[in-house]
Design a protein around this ligand. Structure first.
Ligand SMILES: Cc1cc2nc3c(=O)[nH]c(=O)nc-3n(C[C@H](O)[C@H](O)[C@H](O)COP(=O)(O)OP(=O)(O)OC[C@H]3O[C@@H](n4cnc5c(N)ncnc54)[C@H](O)[C@@H]3O)c2cc1C
Ligand SMILES: NC(=O)c1ccc[n+]([C@@H]2O[C@H](COP(=O)([O-])OP(=O)(O)OC[C@H]3O[C@@H](n4cnc5c(N)ncnc54)[C@H](OP(=O)(O)O)[C@@H]3O)[C@@H](O)[C@H]2O)c1
Length: 447
């Protein structure tokens, strides 16, 4: 680090796990951090993604985030959207004189596959539903038409979180996980399967394993190992509270969504696939034959991509990184790059799910945020501190004031925390959370 880092000003964009732990790392090295967050509350997917009944995990993380925000050289600005169509652009922040910008805004874009029928009522992406049941405005207030027979595309932990919600909260008739590869390629964990394992249709599971066994055999896989893995979730599985039938449909790639009356979903056409070994992994190859699954809702649980309107070049679902980074950390690049101009986007760094979309747990995002901060610190080491940091901050505050939106500061968050704790005590519940901004602003005295 430079001798006098006290006057180094850095903007961190996004207060999820990556942004919060990055801010802590920067602040601990004497950098003055301006932390901007789209949501009123900090936490990102730790607050609005992790399943709503994981009270202990969420509370533990909230405590850590609270401690980080108590650091004096981190300034929090919630309800501020950065982006081309946001409250402030990256270019404006650079022009104001901030010395580095670390983008930790997660993966907020939608990974559409471009299939016919994606626009039908009853076709959703997991993220909007996850935000909905975790009470993130405005998703919390939107209506979603979930029918009785639901196809979930994908076989990751997000698919199981959505299955959990459908099986235990909405208690739909049937959930079918549509998986383009085979049973040996599922990505979810046993722990997450425990929430719905007792709703598995075991006869259907065995029949499906038999159906796909020849394809698995042909690439040297044993389907009984996958079956054992799934059944290992049964002993500690939650007691069933619905009659929902949960099943898998392997070697099936979504091809089009069929519409019925009033633009509603009436089926999902899938194309059969087979397994091939290529580039050192087992891949799905389409076979051209199709069949229709009788469902009335389709939910894509296939991961997310970053927001294309953010103001940085995007490739492979994430912001483009410098291929030969000047400040690598653990051999990874955290520097934003403009492939059209053939040069780094000066002063801009990326970390967390903005660096690699939909990748890993909170601990991974934390480490990536800390690494991103290290890259920023290495960059700042070559720069003197600002002579007049107060002028930069004054201009930034004036910009926010001109917007006229309620801006959430640390003291407001403290009031909100207290108001929600009081409300939980009044209702005699474990936790209480406001699901709309107006109520939050009122509780914070920002109305
Ligand atoms: C459904 C789901 C369940 C999960 N469950 C678990 C679990 O049980 N356990 C676990 O360990 N991990 C879980 N994860 C993974 C974990 O949530 C992520 O690894 C982690 O949250 C990623 O952190 P991040 O900071 O990169 O992004 P995010 O958590 O997405 O945070 C991004 C932040 O950026 C802000 N932001 C976005 N756009 C802008 C903008 N334009 N301007 C300003 N701010 C912006 C957002 O408000 C948000 O605060 C889950 C993920 C999902 C999707
Ligand atoms: N409770 C928890 O701990 C928890 C909960 C939720 C999320 N998370 C974490 O968050 C991260 C993201 O989870 P995720 O479930 O979104 O991602 P994921 O684990 O990568 O799973 C995505 C699934 O979507 C499939 N898929 C991707 N593109 C597809 C396409 N074009 N057509 C058909 N299927 C497609 C993938 O199949 P292929 O394998 O064939 O690509 C895979 O089965 C993971 O690290 C996960 O562990 C953790």
């Amino acid at each position: 680090m430079a001798d006098n880092p006290g006057n180094h000003l850095v903007v961190v964009i996004g207060a999820g796990p990556a942004g919060l732990f990055a801010s802590k790392e920067l602040a601990n090295h004497g950098v003055a951090v301006t932390l901007l967050n789209r949501d009123v509350k900090p936490g990102g997917l730790a607050e609005y993604g992790i399943y709503h009944d994981k009270f202990k995990m969420k509370e533990g993380l909230r405590r850590q985030f609270h401690q980080i925000l108590e650091l004096p050289n981190i300034d929090y600005f919630g309800n501020v959207v950065v982006g081309q169509k946001g409250d402030v652009t990256l270019a404006a922040l650079r022009a104001m004189g901030f010395q580095a910008l670390l983008v930790t805004a997660g993966a907020q874009g939608t990974k559409w596959l471009g299939l016919p029928g994606e626009e039908l009522a009853g076709v959703y992406h997991a993220k909007e539903l996850v935000y909905h049941y975790n009470l993130l405005p405005p998703y919390s207030q939107q209506k979603y038409q979930i029918g009785k027979r639901v196809a979930l595309i994908g076989a990751g932990n997000v698919m199981l979180d959505i299955a959990h919600w459908l099986v235990r909260d909405l208690k739909v008739d049937e959930v079918v996980a549509v998986v383009r590869r085979g049973p040996n390629e599922v990505k979810f964990t046993k722990k997450e399967l425990e929430s719905v394992a007792r709703n598995l249709d075991l006869a259907a599971l065995d029949a499906e394993m038999e159906r796909v066994r020849p394809e698995a055999d042909a690439v040297g896989q044993a389907v009984y190992e996958a079956r054992d893995f799934m059944l290992s979730a049964l002993p500690k599985s939650l007691e069933p509270i619905s009659a929902t039938r949960f099943r898998f449909d392997f070697l099936a790639s979504p091809r089009r969504i069929l519409g019925g009356e009033q633009g509603m979903v009436r089926g999902l056409e899938v194309e059969d696939t087979t397994l091939i070994c290529a580039d050192g992994e087992v891949q799905a190859r389409r076979l051209g034959t199709t069949r229709v699954l009788d469902v009335d809702t389709v939910i894509f649980c296939i991961g997310d991509k970053v927001d294309e309107n953010f103001g940085l070049p995007v490739r492979w679902n994430a912001f483009v990184k410098h291929g030969t980074p000047r400040f690598p950390v653990d051999g990874l690049s955290y520097e934003a790059y403009d492939p059209d101009m053939g040069r780094p986007v000066e002063r801009v760094f990326v970390a967390g799910w903005s660096r690699e979309a939909s990748s890993g747990l909170v601990g991974v995002a934390r480490k990536d945020g800390e690494n991103g901060a290290e890259a920023v610190l290495a960059y700042l080491a070559g720069l003197p501190g600002l002579k007049e940091p107060q002028t930069v901050l004054k201009n930034f505050h004036a910009h926010l004031e001109r917007l006229g939106n309620p801006i959430v500061r640390k003291e407001h968050l403290r009031r909100l925390e207290q108001a929600e704790a009081d409300e939980a005590a009044r209702r005699g519940v474990e936790t209480f959370k406001y699901g709309d901004n107006a109520a939050m602003f009122a509780a914070m005295g920002l109305d």
